[in-house]
Design a protein around this ligand. Structure first.
Ligand SMILES: Cc1cc2nc3c(=O)[nH]c(=O)nc-3n(C[C@H](O)[C@H](O)[C@H](O)COP(=O)(O)O)c2cc1C
Length: 330
């Protein structure tokens, strides 16, 4: 039985990857991931704000010595609050590449097509096997159109692809009006993979203090369906490989991701909850399921429950919607 998969041009023994998380901070924890058998590791992100502050002394053109920006700048963490500064991040990759054999995927996180992107070259030179570009942004500017946002984000991908030769994955939020079209734009910009999706950290409101409260809770399988839906829509419709990120907690979740069309399955919350050995359960569950269905290769399962072969996917989606509502009555 073969569970091998190809993601970002990397041949992996199975689809399970440790997604960007604090597991990437330290050499010994990445070694633990390798020892447990994870197929690859995405490092935690280096942020645009970190790079621009370290290289130009400004964040998003905001000069810390200018009182005009004092309030906005106070929102951002101090340089010491990040686990690694930009130079230390590159050095970390070099050390990891000497210490482990599994692929190391660097992560850059930002939203402006500016000089900080040159750091992607430094990540490549440090030895990263690939780069994940996280385009996390909440656009609050009512004057900016969807087309302008998409254009800017695709421009970032184009720029990074001009700078590096290693494969580039793009991690995205699901909130685009025409996500499939945007995926095509990223394909045209040269993206080698799409990672579906960023979790969207919406703050809650504390009614006692009447303030917003932000806290990071780990995910569970309830977050899976949005990802499965879009994997199933994009499978076979775009060239970049597809990874899922978000809500993969159990072996069945991993199998569902493959059936919907994932080439790679990123896991973070379950890894943080259960530790690196959680991989054993994920792999055993997948292999048992493949054996049950007499599947010899993962490819035989990939995309089996996608919209790939449905000619009019939009009508299919409408029909499913109506049937789902009607299912309540039965
Ligand atoms: C503690 C923690 C730190 C994270 N750090 C990063 C990061 O640096 N860069 C990034 O792109 N995603 C980061 N993420 C998001 C994860 O990579 C992943 O996309 C998200 O947790 C959804 O996957 P999950 O449901 O398996 O947790 C982080 C998540 C957690 C819980």
């Amino acid at each position: 039985m073969q569970t091998t998969t190809s993601y970002l041009g990397l041949r992996l023994p199975h689809p399970f990857i440790a997604g960007a998380s604090p597991f990437g901070h330290r050499l010994d924890s990445v070694k633990r991931l390798e020892d447990a058998g994870w197929a690859a590791v995405v490092l935690h992100s280096l942020f645009e704000e970190q790079i621009t502050a370290a290289s130009n002394g400004v964040i998003r053109h905001m000069d810390p010595s200018d009182p005009l920006f004092a309030e906005e700048l106070a929102y951002f963490p101090h340089a010491d609050d990040y686990p690694l500064g930009p130079d230390a991040y590159a050095e970390h990759i070099t050390q990891l590449k000497r210490a482990v054999a599994i692929p190391i995927i660097g992560s850059l996180n930002g939203t402006a097509p500016e000089s900080w992107l040159k750091f992607s070259r430094i990540i490549e030179q440090a030895g990263a096997d690939a780069l994940e570009l996280n385009l996390y942004q909440v656009v609050t500017n009512a004057a900016m159109s969807g087309a302008a946002i998409e254009d800017r984000l695709a421009g970032i991908v184009k720029e990074v692809k001009r700078i590096v030769t290693i494969p580039v994955a793009v991690k995205l939020t699901p909130f685009f009006t025409a996500f499939a079209n945007f995926a095509r734009q990223l394909e045209a910009a040269g993206a080698d993979a799409l990672v579906l999706f960023n979790r969207f950290y919406q703050p809650d409101i504390d009614v006692k203090t009447i303030t917003p409260t932000a806290n990071l809770s780990l995910s569970d399988s309830s977050e899976l369906r949005l990802r499965l839906h879009w994997l199933a829509i994009l499978h076979g419709r775009v060239r970049p490989s597809l990874a899922i990120s978000g809500g993969v907690a159990t072996p069945d979740d991993g199998i569902k991701a493959i059936l919907a069309g994932a080439d790679a399955v990123q896991i973070v919350s379950a890894l943080l909850r259960h530790g690196p050995r959680h991989l054993d359960a994920m792999r055993e569950g997948l292999e048992r399921w493949m054996a049950w269905y007499h599947l010899e290769r993962l490819e035989e399962a990939r995309g089996r429950v996608s919209l790939d072969r449905i000619a009019d996917a939009e009508s299919y989606e409408r029909a499913q919607y109506i049937r789902t509502l009607q299912s309540w009555l039965r």
